[in-house]
Design a protein around this ligand. Structure first.
Ligand code: AMP
Length: 277
């Protein structure tokens, strides 16, 4: 990989990287399409990163389908597939036995997802830093679907001085509004329909803000009701209203406020978010 990127740079070509864990859906493919617009060569990385899973999380059963993923990348890139690279390192390549160096973003990782997954973000930042070092991209594309991750990695990119254009691409949704996610494959029919509860809650929040209701307490109460009406067994992990960049909690919706939430639907943790202000 390092030899390949040196050759690409030597020919004066630019590289856009799309880091993923595979099991592709249209959200991943939209990032690849964006990467095609941003640079000459698209490098898609597929690596189910053990370091970002907690001990009780779904590392073992996380969906893996490399053959189908590569076919989808090829179909998306068309003629550009010839110059593209799919980088699929093994866990032992990224984390050799004596590995002990971690990259950590301190404050932004304490809230939201970080509060319930204490070692998650250091796994994310460490693997992405390694991927940046190996692939030397000019542009990096991440999805807004994982909002806190996008903000944390943006801070890491800036703080460590990577000369990389950082792009956050919009969330791709199913026709009913459910944000696409590799974890949606876990659902049976009932659970799949009920999983739309996160989107319904976010839409209700948006309508309330449009109607002039800005109190976070009132909006949150309504969102809880919408979630439970759609999925009676849902476990709401958090509903948070934060500033888009600082992730600081706000009491009233204002310019730049984003609502993000985490809900367990039939045992599967889902996250979603929407800009409200
Ligand atoms: P993952 O394979 O789930 O780690 O995701 C790889 C990249 O795809 C991350 O930057 C995600 O934010 C992004 N992504 C995941 N789901 C979506 C979606 N529904 N729309 C757009 N981007 C997404």
């Amino acid at each position: 990989m390092q030899t390949a990127v040196r050759q690409i740079a030597g020919r004066g070509k630019t590289i856009a990287i799309v880091p993923t864990m595979g099991a592709f859906h249209k959200g991943h493919l939209s990032l690849i399409r964006r990467a095609m617009k941003e640079a000459d060569v698209v490098v898609t990385t597929i690596f189910v990163n053990p370091a970002q899973f907690g001990p009780k999380e779904d590392l073992g059963k996380y969906p893996r389908d490399l053959k189908a993923d590569i076919a989808q990348i090829k179909a998306t890139l068309g003629r550009r597939a010839r110059s593209a690279i799919v980088f699929t390192p093994k866990a032992a390549d990224i984390y050799p036995e004596d590995f002990e160096t971690w990259v950590m973003v301190e404050k932004l990782t304490k809230t939201l997802e970080g509060a319930k997954r204490p070692t998650h973000f250091r796994g994310v930042t460490t693997v992405v830093a390694k991927l940046f070092n190996i692939c030397r991209p000019d542009v990096a594309i991440f999805g807004m679907k994982d909002y806190q991750q996008a903000i944390v990695l943006k801070r890491m990119t800036k703080d460590l001085g990577y000369p990389i254009k950082y792009v956050i691409a919009p969330t791709v949704r199913e026709p009913d509004g459910l944000a696409m996610s590799s974890r949606n494959r876990y659902f049976d029919d009932t659970a799949r329909w009920e999983a739309v509860c996160l989107y319904y809650a976010l839409e209700s929040a948006k309508s309330m803000v449009k109607a002039g209701i800005l109190s976070v307490k009132r909006i949150e109460k309504e969102m809880q009701a919408v979630i439970l009406a759609t999925c009676p067994t849902a476990e709401i992990v958090y509903i948070a209203f934060t500033d888009l960049d600082s992730l600081e909690l706000v009491k009233k919706v204002q310019r730049g406020t984003i609502c993000s939430l985490s809900v367990k639907v039939h045992g599967v943790s889902l996250i979603d978010n929407m800009k409200l202000g």
